[in-house]
Structures are given as C-alpha cells and as structure tokens.
Write a protein that binds this ligand. Structure first.
Ligand code: FAD
Length: 360
C-alpha cells in the first residue's frame, strides 16, 4: 500500500508529490493525459515562482518580464490607467514546460508518476483509500493510506468523497497572436462581467488575449469583441474553469484536496499556480499518512497562509462591478508607481494606497 496517491499532476499535485517523496513517503501520482496538456492558463505569475523550480529551469521557462499593468474601463481605445514598479512585478512563463519541470522534480524525488492514467473511482474506507485507475491496458486498483485530490477545478475526487463545491466556477478562454512582443505592460480591460479581459505580451511566443466570466455569459462572443477591438487574428484557442472561493472544508477522513480542486485561487485574477503550490507545501509539512487527524492541521495551515489574501482578493474583485465613473475615479486616484505584491492583495491596502485614494 502506498502512503500517498496523488490524483492529477498539475502544479499542486506535482509539488505535493515531490515534497512527500522527498520526506521519505511512498508516493504514486496519476495524470490522465500528458503532463502540461491541454494548455488552459496564461502562466502569468509573480517572481516567487522561481523558488519552486531548479535554478537552471528559468532560462527555459521565462518568456517575458512584466513591470506593470494598464487598466482600461473600456476597450483598447479607451484611456488607460497604468500601475507599475521600477523592478519587475511578474513574469510570463511557458506553462506547459512548468508542469513538465515540476513533474520531473517529483520523479527525481522518488515519486512514481504515471501519465495517461485516469482515476475513475475513489473508495474511501476507514483504514485506506482504494482508487480505480484506467489506462490503455485496462483497469487496476491501487491502495493508499491517503489520497491527495489535485485534479483541478472540476475535481472528480472532490465529488466522489462528497466534499463541498467551490463557491463559483468562472469560464476562462485565451488564444494567441504569434507576432512577438516583449512589452513591459499587460493590459487589463474591465469589460467582462464581474471579471476582466487581458492582453499579455509573451516575448517571442507572441501575444495572448483572454478573458474570464461567470457561467451564463457568452465568453466566445466577449472574446471575439476583444480581438476585434484589437484588430487581431488569434490561434490555439483554449478554455478552462476557474474556481473561486474555497469550500468550508477540503478534507474528509483520508482524502484531502489541493490547488484548484480546493479553489485555492486569487479571486481577483483567478491565478492559482502559486496558491496551489503554497497549499501543497502546507500539506507536505502537516500530513502524516498514518494519522488522519493531521488532515485538520493541513486545513488550518493552508487557511492561515492564504485565507486573508483570498478575503482581500474578493474585496478587490468587487471593484470590477462598480459603476464605470466610480472605476475611473478610483483608477485615476490609485494609478502610478505601486509597491504591491501580485499574490498578496493585502499589500494593496497599505497606508500609502489609502493616502493616495484620499488625496494625501
Ligand atoms: C484561462 C485561464 C488562465 C489562467 N491564467 C493563470 C495565470 O496567468 N496565472 C496563474 O497562476 N493561474 C492561472 N490560471 C489558473 C491556473 O491554471 C490553475 O490555478 C492551476 O492550473 C491549478 O493547478 P492545479 O494543479 O490545482 O490544477 P490543474 O493544473 O488543473 O491540474 C490538474 C491535473 O489533474 C488532471 N486530472 C484531472 N482529473 C483527473 C483524473 N480523474 N485522473 C488523473 N488526472 C486527472 C488534469 O489532467 C490536470 O493535469 C488560469 C486558468 C485559466 C482557465
């Protein structure tokens, strides 16, 4: 019997598998497809990402350095409100290659990583968890003392053990214009209902256009409007779910969720790569596969690490739904050089920013 079985080898699953294997546990991880595919992510992350990959990976992964964001209340022709720093705020990275790199780290640490293996059933018993796993050769059962459900926004593991769903599931889409652009700014358009549309320069990999919106909105029509306004033709259209708002509990007796499966994302951007890996580290530090009570320690550790940031992220997101004149006033008051960290919305609520808003 394995100590841990990990379902899904995205950033959260790969990171947990790596850390648990490095701690000496017997770890197996299953990925339903080829690691990193299909792509459904911008790979726009804070520079904290480099702490999670080997030093020599940066050269392969880095596509562009970003120094700020231009906010627009309307389309590309509307006035823009720049927020920037002198040093780089964030990086645009090759997301497919990131996942491959993280999976290799898990393998190097001793985890047994299987691609093209889909977990189709999860049977949680008092003393162990039995997974039914299907691959090209048929179906097998695997036993583990504990299971980490790292299987993304529509997590099967979550559903099968009856854990609650995230508060919301947005629909995100993106596509690329292949013309190279190593610009310093991303553009953010507050034109998608309750969220935003974006343009991200990706260096030699071209320019990405994307947006996300709540269910019921026609994201394809909104996307066409965005690319028409920029007058660009795009290719490699991709689409994915963005869970927002973690449920009240992300563990059962022997199963725990990490990453998008637990909606450990930033409500104001939908970004979940770094929050998922932060939570994976909390799990690796806290969970002992022989002691189900330690799952409560994981639950409190990741909440103490991320809950406050997630709560502030919800507040920031509310600004996307304010009336346009109020948005313009706020953006005008706050724009300029900023001292914020993109993963820590609490840093947006500094004395300095409050002073700017109040005109002091
Ligand atoms: C349009 C869009 C843009 C985004 N842009 C950004 C961004 O710029 N920055 C950022 O930080 N985040 C971004 N995100 C969010 C980011 O992609 C996720 O937060 C991140 O991928 C979560 O990692 P994860 O490991 O939890 O889940 P995932 O990356 O979804 O990995 C889950 C894995 O589980 C596998 N799986 C699922 N079910 C099974 C099963 N039954 N058996 C075996 N394997 C299974 C899947 O194939 C997948 O590989 C974006 C999301 C979208 C949709």
């Amino acid at each position: 019997m394995y100590d841990f079985a990990v379902v899904g080898v995205g950033p959260a699953g790969a990171r947990f598998a790596r850390r648990a294997a490095a701690a000496g546990y017997d770890v197996v991880a299953f990925e339903q497809g080829t690691v990193g595919t299909p792509l459904a992510c911008s790979g726009h992350v804070s520079t904290d990402i480099w702490a999670y990959v080997p030093d020599d990976a940066k050269q392969k992964l880095l596509q562009n350095r970003v120094y700020g964001a231009r906010f627009h209340v309307g389309g590309p022709d509307s006035s823009s409100y720049p927020f920037y720093k002198r040093e780089e705020i964030s990086n645009v990275i090759d997301r497919v290659e990131l996942d491959r790199t993280l999976a290799d780290c898990a393998r190097d640490a001793g985890a047994d990583v299987h691609e093209h293996h889909t977990v189709v059933d999860v049977d949680e018993r008092h003393d162990a968890v039995e997974l039914t796993v299907s691959n090209a050769d048929g179906t097998e059962t695997v036993e583990a003392k504990m299971v980490a459900g790292c299987d993304g926004p529509t997590s099967r593991v979550r559903r099968q053990v009856g854990l609650p769903e995230p508060e919301e599931l947005l629909h995100g889409v993106l596509a690329f214009d292949p013309d190279p652009d190593d610009g310093d700014f991303v553009d953010v358009h507050l034109t998608a209902p309750r969220f935003f549309a974006w343009r991200i320069p990706r260096g030699d990999a071209g320019v990405e256009y994307g947006l996300a919106a709540p269910p019921g909105e026609s994201v394809n029509d909104l996307f066409d409007r965005l690319t028409d306004a920029y007058d660009v033709e795009t290719e490699h259209f991709c689409s994915g779910g963005i869970p927002i708002g973690p449920p009240e509990r992300v563990h059962s007796r022997r199963v725990f969720l990490i990453g998008d499966a637990a909606a450990q994302t930033k409500p104001f951007t939908g970004g979940g790569i770094l929050y998922g890996m932060t939570a994976a580290d909390c799990a690796a530090d806290a969970v002992d596969p022989d002691d189900p009570a330690t799952l409560r320690d994981y639950e409190s550790a990741w909440r103490s690490e991320l809950s406050r940031e997630i709560a502030f992220g919800h507040w920031l997101r509310r600004a996307y739904s304010l009336p346009e004149p109020v948005q313009r006033l706020g953006l005008r008051a706050l724009s300029g050089e900023i001292g914020v960290h993109m993963d820590r919305p609490t840093s947006f609520f500094s004395r300095e920013h409050l002073g700017k808003l109040l005109g002091r």
